[in-house]
Every structure is written in structure tokens, then in C-alpha cells.
Design a protein around this ligand. Structure first.
Ligand code: ATP
Ligand code: MG
Length: 561
């Protein structure tokens, strides 16, 4: 697989690495990792971290590991592991042989814990979880030392061995580091290293009834892998002294340099796994890959190109301060990519039948249409044209305003890639008065040029031939939330946008789209960019997701039609 990265302009992380390299730290090696916990699908925030870690490794000729930080059996699963593997690959990155699991280090981590006990740096504490919490203190008050803090080494070793052997019920004891209950940094107040938890692990099954805490396992896993630059989000800044404390005692010489950056927050979106799980479990969406979700799987299904996601990550860069990125920027990156690369096609979402009275019955013309207006190398396709076509209901108005440039009584319009047609009459249902169809005439000489008398026909609309068109379902999406910062609200579910999905059935797409491959992307002329849904598209029966409309607030092009 060819690896991809966008050489970003410099940022403070790359500056640090440049300096380290100049000083020949780590003998000039750069080793990073992406360390997800497999307790959910990865989202666009994780994509930022993926692009950063893999991008840096590529840029500096280093390596980047994929490591699952799977130390908490609750909620972790193989399904999540597989989804993350697929998503990181899809984003364009590869870790070669360097796929690791914190659970793969359980034996080593246990050994490290024993070493700490032997050095008098850890003890078995028999307070309940609640008591431990009560004794922790606050930002302004120091914590209280555990009455078990001064157990003898032998007793600690014995108890810890028996914790592993399953002699005690869940919660009876923990192993804690002996650091400093008066430390101004609460993280340093004798943190728990191991807990008893009888829950099968998706990889180690029932081999363990004690599990290491994330803080203990994460930094030591980094050190075991020889990570040189451990890049993480800002909330881990306070944990850095703790990580250093563990690594300096247990794997001195392998201490990674930890660098924190601001996590991505995106408008109209929540990016916390806990909340995404809530949306999935309670069926506010159809699953992790519901195209309205901010997960990588959903973005793929919706039709976002991976290149556009990488471009977005490069554009937002990395900062030291939290902020909220406008989702319109992400859509802008998607649109730029698709404008360049998506072949054009025609699809009528809300059809109105038009009969061209002076066009021969049974004649079908194959009109050659360019797949891309600016890229002839993308070729041509044949689009059938006949006496009966569909146009968009919106492209006809019975009483149009003056500036309206499409069809109306007495008016003409150009059919994209085809003829100029002129309104003749409309047919309405006698009872309901509902418009049923239009009758028009066409000007045969207008296929490759203007009308014979040179009159101007400014409006252009899309169409499909009724008999040959393929009936499709089209799904139109809006943001899942109706406020800009749902992530800041505890009651974020109160801000779900009730109109985030509109399913339009009975659409007609040009004949060539009958063979649309699942996952293929198009610009439907005048409608936006669409992707054949990877799950619901069947041979001859495409279903399309709208990826993005043609423009949004970020697009400075004025509406033309
Ligand atoms: P969440 O906060 O969504 O529950 P998490 O941080 O618990 O996510 P992990 O699986 O632990 O999820 O994250 C793996 C990596 O991705 C970590 O290095 C984490 O810092 C990074 N990451 C997670 N969310 C974001 C984000 N919004 N922006 C940037 N990086 C992120
Ligand atoms: Mg986490």
C-alpha cells in the first residue's frame, strides 16, 4: 500500500522533533504510535491523531505503531479492533508488522508491578473504591494516606500474587503506587495501578482477574515499544509526571517525550465515544456507520474521500489551545476533492414528466456527455435521450418571477448536454388540480449550438430519459444536531436535529448509474455530490447518499442557474 501524507506547514510538534533530531536524540529515530482503546469506532478527532502520528513518521522517515490500549475489558471488542484497522488503512496509513496490544504486555506489566512492590514503590490497599476517592483530597486540600500504605513488601507480594490468583472478590484490594498524597497534582496521589475485575477480556479471555489501569499500562507500553515521541491530547498533561515516574523506575532510558496538543472539536458534532455509543445504543442513528455520524466508517459510507479527510487534518493543524472547528471547513475539503475527481452524472430527485411532442416516438438518441467538464481524460458516457423525459419539479413554475430562468408558460430552457425545449402546455389532474406532466417542443438544431435565430436561452437544467432511467432512492443529510456546540451540553440529546435525514424515493438517475459500484462517487449536476451506498446498493438498484451539497457558507461562489 502506498502511504500518503500531506507535508504540513510546520507546527510546534514538528519544531520539537526538529530540535531533537538536531541534537541527535534517540540516535535520530522518530517512533510514534496511534493508541486507540477498542471500545468504539474511531471518529474524525481520532483521524486528526492518526494523520499526525503517521504523518510525522512518514515525514521523518520514522515508524508509527498501531497499538490497542485494551486494558479495560468492559466495552472492548474484536469488532472495534477490526473496524479501527480498516479505518486507519482506509485513511491511507500502514503500520507494517507493528501492530501491538497493551494486553499483549499483561505479563510484562505484572512483572513491572512486582518490581515496584519490591522496591517499596507500590502497596496493596484494602480500602474500598469509595474510601480511596474520599481520601484523595481536592485541588486545595491534600489527600489522606491509606492505612495500608506501610504494609511490608512480603505482605504486599503475597497479597498481589493472590489477587492475580483470584482469591479475592472484585474490589477487595487494589495495587497502588506509593508516591505522595500531598502532591499538588492529584494524579500523583498514590494512584491505583491494578484492580480486581472478573470480566473476560476479548483477547486474554479469563486468564486475568486483575487488570492494569490505563495510566500504568499506557506509558509503559510506549516505553516497551521504544516510542520516541508520545503525542497525546491536552487532558494528559497532568499525567506526564506520573508517566515519567513509572518509566524512570522501570525502563529507564526509554522515556518517550510526551507532547500534548488540543483535541479536535467540530461544530454541530459530538466527538466523545461515550456519547456516540449512546446515539448508537438508543438508535438515534442506524449504527456506527450511519452517514450522519462523525466516525470514519460513517464518513466513508457517506462518500467522503480519505484524501479530503487528510487535507482537512493538514489544514486545521495542531494547537495548544482547545477550539471549535467549523464543520463547513471539512465539507469544503470534501467538495474541493470531489469537484476535481468526481465524474458528473444526471439524476432527477423530484421528477416531473415532460413530453416532447415534436420528437419522434420510439427514437432513442445516445448523447455523448463528458464525465468531467475540465478533465477530458475522464472520458465520455452515452446518455439516452427520447421523447419522454423527467425534469426536476422545481425547474418548472406556473407563475415564475421575472428573474426565473427555467421553464414556465411561454418559456424555453436548455436541457444539459442536449436540446433547447419550449413550453407548450401543462396537463393537470382534473379533480385535484395537481400538475401531471408538461408538453414541450424541441429545436433540433440546438444540440450543438444556439437556436438558429441566435436568441439567448440562459437557463440550463438536468433531465433523464423516462424509459431508460433507473429508479433510485436518494438520502439527503443535514447535521445531526441543531446547535453549533452540542459537545458543550450535558443534555446534548435535546438538540438532535429531527430533520437530519430525508429519504427521497422515486428518483430517476440516468441509465449509466444502474451499474454504479457501491462506494462510487458522482457529482449529480446541480444537486451536489453523491455516493452509491456501500450497504444498500444492489446490482441495477443503486441507493445514493448525498455527500455534500454543491455549496455552503464556506463556498464563495454565487448561485448560478
Ligand atoms: P473519546 O474522548 O472520544 O472518548 P478517547 O480519547 O477516549 O476518545 P482513545 O481511543 O483513547 O479515545 O483515543 C486514541 C487516541 O486518539 C488518543 O491518543 C487520543 O488522544 C486521540 N483522540 C481522541 N479524541 C481526539 C480528538 N477529538 N482530537 C484529537 N485526538 C483525539
Ligand atoms: Mg481514552
Amino acid at each position: 500500500m502506498t502511504q500518503q501524507f500531506i507535508p504540513g506547514s510546520s507546527d510546534f510538534i514538528r519544531d520539537i522533533i526538529d530540535t531533537d533530531l538536531k541534537q541527535n536524540k534517540n540516535d535520530g529515530r522518530v517512533v510514534t504510535r496511534f493508541p486507540p482503546e477498542p471500545n468504539g469506532y474511531i471518529h474524525i478527532g481520532h483521524a486528526k491523531s492518526v494523520c499526525l502520528n503517521f504523518g510525522i513518521a512518514l515525514q521523518y522517515g520514522g515508524t508509527c505503531n498501531l497499538r490497542f490500549d485494551d486494558t479495560d475489558p468492559a466495552g472492548e471488542s474484536m469488532e472495534y479492533v477490526q473496524s479501527i484497522i480498516r479505518d486507519v488503512h482506509w485513511l491511507g496509513f500502514d503500520w507494517g508488522e507493528r501492530l501491538f496490544y497493551a494486553s499483549g504486555y499483561f505479563e510484562e506489566l505484572y512483572g513491572f508491578a512486582v518490581q515496584l512492590i519490591k522496591r517499596g514503590d507500590a502497596f496493596v490497599c484494602s480500602l474500598s473504591a469509595e474510601e480511596v476517592r474520599e481520601n484523595r483530597g481536592t485541588f486545595t486540600q491534600p489527600g489522606k494516606e491509606s492505612p495500608y500504605r506501610n504494609r511490608r513488601v512480603e505482605e504486599n507480594l503475597d497479597l498481589f500474587t493472590r489477587m492475580r490468583a483470584g482469591e479475592f472478590p472484585d474490589g477487595a484490594h487494589t495495587l497502588r503506587a506509593k508516591i505522595d498524597m500531598a502532591s499538588p497534582n492529584i494524579v500523583m496521589r498514590d494512584p491505583v495501578l491494578y484492580r480486581i475485575k472478573r470480566e473476560p477480556h476479548y483477547r486474554t479471555q479469563t486468564n486475568w482477574v486483575i487488570y492494569p489501569m490505563y495510566d500504568f499500562a499506557h506509558c509503559l507500553s510506549d516505553a516497551l515499544e521504544g516510542i520516541t515521541h508520545s503525542i497525546c491530547t491536552l487532558e494528559f498533561e497532568n499525567n506526564r509526571p506520573l508517566y515519567d515516574w513509572f518509566v524512570e523506575r522501570l525502563i529507564p532510558g526509554n522515556r518517550p517525550r510526551q507532547i500534548e496538543f488540543a483535541r479536535l472539536n467540530l461544530s454541530y458534532t459530538v466527538l466523545s465515544k461515550r456519547r456516540l455509543i449512546e446515539l448508537v445504543r438508543n438508535k438515534y442513528v442506524t449504527g456506527w456507520d450511519d452517514p450522519r455520524m462523525p466516525t470514519v466508517a460513517a464518513m466513508r459510507r457517506r462518500g467522503y474521500p480519505p484524501e479530503a479527510i487528510r487535507q482537512f487534518c493538514a489544514q486545521i493543524g495542531v494547537a495548544k489551545k482547545d477550539n471549535l472547528i467549523d464543520i463547513a471547513l471539512l465539507e469544503h475539503c470534501v467538495r474541493e476533492d470531489l469537484n476535481e475527481n468526481a465524474p458528473r452524472a444526471m439524476c432527477v430527485l423530484r421528477p416531473l414528466k415532460v413530453i416532447i411532442d415534436n420528437y419522434p416516438e420510439r427514437k432513442v438518441e445516445q448523447i455523448e456527455c463528458a464525465n468531467h467538464p475540465l478533465r477530458p481524460e475522464l472520458g465520455f458516457r452515452k446518455v439516452p435521450f427520447s421523447r419522454e423525459i423527467y425534469i426536476e419539479r422545481d425547474d418548472f413554475m406556473e407563475e415564475p418571477p421575472k428573474k426565473y430562468r427555467r421553464l414556465g408558460p411561454g418559456r424555453e430552457v436548455r436541457l444539459r448536454n442536449a436540446y433547447v425545449i419550449k413550453f407548450e402546455k401543462m396537463v393537470k389532474d382534473e379533480k385535484s388540480g395537481k400538475l401531471i406532466e408538461l408538453h414541450c417542443t424541441y429545436a433540433p438544431e440546438t444540440k450543438d449550438g444556439p437556436p438558429a435565430d441566435g436568441r439567448k436561452v440562459p437557463g440550463v437544467i438536468h433531465w433523464v430519459s423516462a424509459a431508460e432511467a433507473v429508479e433510485t432512492e436518494v438520502r439527503l443529510y443535514e447535521y445531526l444536531f441543531n446547535i453549533a456546540d452540542p459537545g458543550a451540553k450535558e443534555d446534548f440529546l435535546n438538540f438532535l436535529n429531527q430533520h437530519s435525514l430525508e429519504t427521497v424515493k422515486g428518483c430517476y438517475a440516468e441509465a449509466s448509474l444502474a451499474g454504479a459500484r457501491p462506494g462510487s462517487r458522482y457529482q449529480f449536476e446541480r444537486q451536489g455530490y453523491f455516493c452509491a451506498d456501500e450497504k444498500d446498493t444492489k446490482p441495477g438498484k443503486p441507493v445514493f447518499n448525498r455527500i455534500v451539497p454543491l455549496r455552503n457558507s464556506w463556498t464563495k461562489i454565487s448561485e448560478k442557474d
